[in-house]
Design a protein around this ligand. Structure first.
Ligand SMILES: *Cc1c(COP(=O)(O)O)cnc(C)c1O
Length: 438
């Protein structure tokens, strides 16, 4: 089978007709039923990933350990319902995410509120909604939160977001743990200590512990190990100087997924066990009581639970130069190649038995030369208008980053559970596009 090695996730297969199956269903039939573009999401896969995290964390870090879904990866009501049912915590980063979670019945005391610029309104709203934890990112936020919590007569639980000064080797845009990051307080510069001191004397907040998030699309635990070491040495220093002992250590998200066949398969459970063992060692060496440890996976929960289907429009062959295959979506539903040249595996969903003998640039329909889904894709040379193209691993940061550029309605999200598809988010209509226009 020509595309054998491109079936990068175990929810992909091919039937006798040469059609791509996703979560056990024929993608060409799904394209017919729901139209294209369409985001497909494999609910069973999402739940499987949640359980891998939850089980590994409780096994290695006890019942105090937390698996927190970073909901910015894919945020809509159904996702929060699944997270609630799976016993996950959630990261939220805006009033919009808080509201969506709330409307889905997600218990907000299990929410962690992130963002490097929470406005006074965001802070008031989150307090009113009973968000469990604020991950405080800067001094302005601490002052505003302390004041707002005081007015409400409550003591808000907080973590402080620290930057341990680690350079990861992922994309610049998702590399967040360096000293010069826009996020958090650098340990190296003394900013972290200053804010810790301030938090400890702020009457209306309760400092629960510390947070760091240093990168994304990581294929081993090296970054976690290095940041854990720095965080522990910081915590030990703070204990000596201020007598404060952190009860929670949140190590952020970041484990990677397979976008291409040469990306490794990562064993999350094994990695968490290794990080947990290292944390226990640090705790012992420093004679520091083991804090409750949290992980905040986003991408690795939802990415390979997602697949986008498109229909081919024009096929343009410029001899000696390039072949374009254009699809009926593009940067409006998947901005990640345009934004930072993110790689994707692209498959000819109804021609999986044919050889990929035509190197093509798969482009979208937007009025931008940079509207590229993926260059260098090997597609069958017979590909033509009406064929179905599948882009794999689109469950994270696709729907959540979608826009209406060129007034293109956002596609629906169709979930698949036990081989039964259902609409989790309706596709926008033309009337939805003008609904707010005066
Ligand atoms: C984005 C983000 C995550 C999730 O990162 P992934 O790479 O998607 O796992 C976790 N924590 C914070 C603070 C984030 O900003």
């Amino acid at each position: 089978m020509p595309y054998e090695n491109k079936l990068i996730c175990d929810n992909l297969s091919v039937n006798d007709e040469g059609h791509l199956l996703f979560a056990g269903l024929d993608t060409t039939l799904l394209a017919k039923e729901y139209g294209t573009p369409v985001y497909l999401m494999d609910e069973d896969k999402i739940r499987e990933k949640c359980r891998i995290y939850k089980n590994a964390i409780s096994k290695n870090l006890g019942s105090e350990g937390r698996a927190i879904y970073a909901s910015k990866a894919a945020s809509f009501k159904r996702m929060y319902t699944i997270m609630k049912e799976e016993g996950m915590y959630c990261d939220v980063v805006s009033c919009g995410e808080i509201y969506t979670a709330h409307k889905a019945g997600f218990p907000l005391e299990k929410a962690f509120f992130h963002s490097n610029n929470k406005t006074d309104n965001d802070i008031k709203y989150a307090l009113r909604m009973g968000v469990g934890y604020f991950v405080v990112d800067n001094k302005e936020e601490l002052l505003s939160l302390n004041k707002a919590a005081g007015k409400k007569g409550i003591k808000q639980k907080i973590l402080l977001r620290l930057t341990p000064g680690i350079d990861t080797h992922t994309f610049e845009a998702v590399d967040t743990g360096k000293v010069d990051s826009k996020f958090g307080f650098a340990i190296e510069t003394g900013a972290a200590e200053k804010i810790t001191e301030k938090a400890l004397v702020s009457k209306n907040v309760e400092l629960i512990g510390f947070h760091c998030h240093v990168g994304s699309q990581l294929f081993d635990s090296d970054v976690y190990i290095r940041s854990a070491k720095i965080m522990f040495s910081y915590m030990t220093y703070i204990r000596e100087k201020y007598g404060y002992i952190a009860r929670m250590l949140d190590l952020g998200g970041g484990y990677g997924v397979r976008y291409l066949e040469n990306d490794p398969v990562i064993d999350i459970a094994e990695n968490i066990e290794a990080v947990a063992n290292y944390l226990k060692k640090l705790s012992k060496e420093n004679n520091y009581p083991m804090p409750s440890v949290s992980f905040e996976p986003g991408r690795s929960i939802v990415a390979d639970a997602g697949l986008t289907l498109y229909t081919v429009g024009m096929v343009k062959k410029i001899p000696g130069f390039i072949n374009y295959v254009s699809v009926d979506g593009g940067m409006a539903d998947n901005v990640r190649y345009a934004m930072y040249e993110a790689p994707y595996t692209v498959l000819p969903a109804n021609r999986m038995n044919e050889r990929g003998d035509m190197r093509s640039t798969v482009v979208g329909r937007c009025c931008e030369s940079g509207d590229i889904i993926q260059p260098g894709v090997l597609l069958p040379s017979g590909i033509k208008r009406g064929d179905i193209i599948a882009v794999c691993t689109t469950g994270a940061y696709n729907y959540s980053m979608a826009s209406n550029y060129n007034r293109i309605p956002r596609p629906p999200v169709v979930m698949i559970k036990d081989k039964k598809p259902y609409v989790a988010v309706k596709g926008e209509t033309l009337d939805d596009l003008i609904a707010l226009d005066e």
